[in-house]
Write a protein that binds this ligand. Structure first.
Ligand SMILES: NC(=O)c1ccc[n+]([C@@H]2O[C@H](COP(=O)([O-])OP(=O)(O)OC[C@H]3O[C@@H](n4cnc5c(N)ncnc54)[C@H](O)[C@@H]3O)[C@@H](O)[C@H]2O)c1
Ligand SMILES: [Zn+2]
Length: 341
């Protein structure tokens, strides 16, 4: 089992199979509420069985799939379930599922009784390397993640066997974010994915990608500066995601191509071709077809306004050497052209 600490507060355990113990040892915990979504329910039931054997009163609370779970209505129904259980100050809310479940569970934990312990058992690649750590929680109201709190889990447990069994579309999404982590913070991880693609060992990919995020989160706990590097590929990526039917990870792959080409033109980034080849090798798209260029451009403008306060975007001087740059219309145009728009 590999261990990692994030921001001094979250203990991450990465290993193959179910952990022998899910929760940090603490004598005053009596109850546990496990939140889970349909495909992760059997996992949650197994974990609930373990917790009951430890003498903890444990309830499994099902929530809808994907972002259907991230609403105030669902949060309210979970609060009602916690009220029925009388979940107390020393008790624990566990999220078992993808990033939508960990975002919701973190939000509920951070607000119930003004904050109780959160623990996550992420079951997707994306949640394991991204959503479950860093303390950002939230629900959507119209816009994504508009309501939330910073609330770090005390522990995150990652089962790499479970990740290896995921449907390939979910693996590809995770690998897109893992490659992003390599590009902004770990050249050895970027090289590993470039050379071995899908054959890269899951444990190494996950622990390296996590370490990149953990490092940035620890230097920037409230997401004001360095953590922005994690948005590499996301400015154009979000626009593509909204305008197309591509998944988040696929859209970020396309966005990373655009950002790499802009980096090439603006900062002499020499590995844009490597980025394209690596993403292709991972089965990810590197261009889009049939989208309206001006629509995507408008979405880029909106995204930049919301996320980065103006015309800023993460670029690379080199693999592992990101910076935040001001970009203009010409840069965005070049990026759009580079992905076939
Ligand atoms: N808090 C953060 O810092 C952060 C960062 C990135 C993303 N996010 C959030 O994470 C969410 C996206 O993450 P995600 O893709 O993991 O979310 P998700 O929960 O929507 O999961 C994606 C799909 O995988 C399925 N799934 C989950 N476990 C499975 C399993 N064991 N086997 C088969 N299928 C399984 C889910 O049912 C769902 O259909 C978004 O809501 C996003 O906003 C948050
Ligand atoms: Zn992302």
């Amino acid at each position: 089992v590999e261990r990692l600490t994030v921001a001094g507060v979250t203990e991450v355990l990465i290993g193959a199979g179910l952990p022998t113990t899910l929760l940090p040892v603490r004598g005053d915990r009596r109850q546990v509420a496990l939140l889970t979504q349909p495909p992760a329910t059997s996992r949650a039931l197994e974990l609930a069985g373990m917790l009951r054997q430890e003498g903890l009163v444990t309830e499994v609370i099902g929530v809808p799939d994907r972002d259907e779970a991230k609403t105030l209505e669902v949060a309210a129904s979970v609060y009602e379930a916690l009220a029925r259980m009388r979940l107390g100050r020393h008790d624990t809310v566990v999220g078992v599922g993808g990033g939508s479940v960990t975002d919701l569970a973190g939000f509920v934990a951070g607000t119930w009784l003004r904050g109780v312990e959160a623990v996550f058992f992420p079951t997707t690649y994306l949640a394991s390397i991204d959503a479950a750590i860093g303390g950002k929680t939230g629900v959507n109201i119209g816009g994504k993640n508009l309501v939330g709190v910073f609330w770090h889990p005390t522990r995150v447990v990652i089962d790499t066997d479970g990740l290896a069994r995921l449907p390939s579309s979910l693996v590809r999404e995770g690998l897109a974010e893992a490659y992003k982590a390599g590009l902004v913070g770990d050249p050895a991880l970027a090289r590993l994915l470039a050379e071995r693609g899908h054959e890269a060992p899951v444990t190494e990919v996950v622990s390296r990608a996590l370490a990149v995020k953990a490092g940035l989160v620890s230097t920037d706990p409230t997401d004001r500066a360095e953590r922005a590097f994690l948005n590499f590929g996301h400015t154009l990526g979000h626009a593509v995601e909204f305008a197309s039917t591509l998944s988040h990870g696929e859209s970020v792959a396309v966005g990373m191509v655009a950002a790499s080409r802009i980096s090439e033109a603006r900062a002499g980034f020499g590995a844009a071709d490597v980025v394209v080849a690596t993403l292709t090798g991972l089965g990810l798209p590197t261009s889009v077809r049939g989208l309206d260029r001006s629509r995507v451009r408008d979405l880029v403008r909106l995204d930049k306004k919301r996320d980065q306060g103006g015309d800023r975007m993460v670029l690379l001087r080199d693999i592992g050497d990101p910076f935040v740059a001001s970009v203009d219309e010409a840069d965005v145009d070049l990026g759009l052209s580079s992905i076939g728009l």
